[in-house]
Design a protein around this ligand. Structure first.
Ligand code: NAD
Length: 275
């Protein structure tokens, strides 16, 4: 079974559009992008397009790459104060000279629709999330839509970043799964991955996950976005692994659209809390 994130996300966006319409609110998202990395620019454009589609206003703050941490902090402070702005999305990564942690920590918790602020990550860890990071939350929503049971399942996650691996583990823990997090220092990664009922890969290496690493019948979630011979591919060798897995997300059209839909949902949630 192909887990069609594109279709599920469209369904969720339609539902959200109705909810926003009925709420009488006009949620607004501000995106902050530093520099002109083409991939980041493309992600931000996609987010603005999704906003337009569901009835969320959006503004884009563009800051040149030769900026300073202080200048970005000033922009964030302004957005924090602006009562017309409900959500702030800081497009990562930031240029090397910037203190990324300081900038993330400056985003007001109530507007932190990406869920990367330590307070939001802490709330998630404590089992009482306010805003959860969009990619792992989107994956939970995708699994729920396909009625794939998570409680009691053995979930193995490859990757321990704060945007995917770590919050994914927390969300899965909160949903009663049994979790293993793997990373670059994991001994015998294939053996760990073969234990998975649900295997989630967020490593960022094309065709990294091969059929030998997948238990027959496992659900495979591919978070990776990689370029291979001019084509967009995930971490999973899709054609080979789909023969072993019971369900698998494609790249593109799997996790990516779910991430954007979740950002829209988080922004509306922020607006309802502020109203
Ligand atoms: P990251 O670079 O911060 O983290 C990569 C992780 O992979 C690290 O924790 C590292 O320990 C682990 N890793 C590296 N080599 C490994 C190995 N040989 N064995 C096991 N683990 C290994 O990356 P990230 O931000 O988590 O992103 C990962 C991938 O997911 C990237 O391709 C990124 O573009 C993609 N991504 C997609 C979405 C989406 O919406 N689809 C969102 C975020 C990230």
């Amino acid at each position: 079974m192909i887990l069609d994130g594109k279709t599920v996300s469209e369904k969720r966006l339609e539902l959200l559009k109705e909810e926003i319409g009925e709420s009488g609110l006009y949620p607004r998202l501000a995106t902050v992008i530093v520099g002109n990395d083409p991939a980041s620019q493309m992600y931000v454009r996609m987010k603005h397009r999704a906003c337009e589609r569901v009835g969320i206003g959006s503004i884009g703050i563009e800051i040149p790459s030769d900026t300073t941490t202080e200048k970005i902090l000033e922009s964030i402070a302004k957005l924090n104060r602006d009562t017309d702005i409900n959500g702030i999305l800081l497009q990562l990564p930031l240029p090397g000279q910037i203190d990324t942690d300081r900038v993330i920590n400056a985003v007001k918790t109530e507007k932190d629709v990406d869920g990367f602020h330590p307070t939001n990550l802490g709330l998630l860890m404590s089992g009482k999330p306010l805003f959860s990071p969009c990619t792992p939350k989107g994956i939970m929503n995708l699994l729920a839509d396909y009625r794939i049971p998570v409680a009691g399942a053995r979930v193995v996650i490859a990757g321990r970043s704060i945007d995917v691996g770590r919050p994914m583990a927390a969300l899965m823990t909160n949903a009663d799964a049994t979790i293993t997090i793997c990373h670059s220092r994991t001994r015998d990664l294939p053996a760990e991955l073969r234990n998975a009922d649900i295997l989630i890969s967020a490593v960022g290496k094309a065709h990294f996950i091969t059929p030998e690493m997948v238990k027959p019948g496992a659900v495979v979630i591919d978070v990776g976005i990689n370029q291979l011979n001019g084509k967009l591919v995930g971490d999973v060798d899709f054609d080979a692994v789909k023969e072993v897995a019971s369900a698998i997300t494609p790249v593109p059209g799997g996790v990516g659209p779910m991430t954007i839909a979740t950002l829209m949902e988080n922004t509306f949630f922020a607006a309802t809390r502020m109203s």
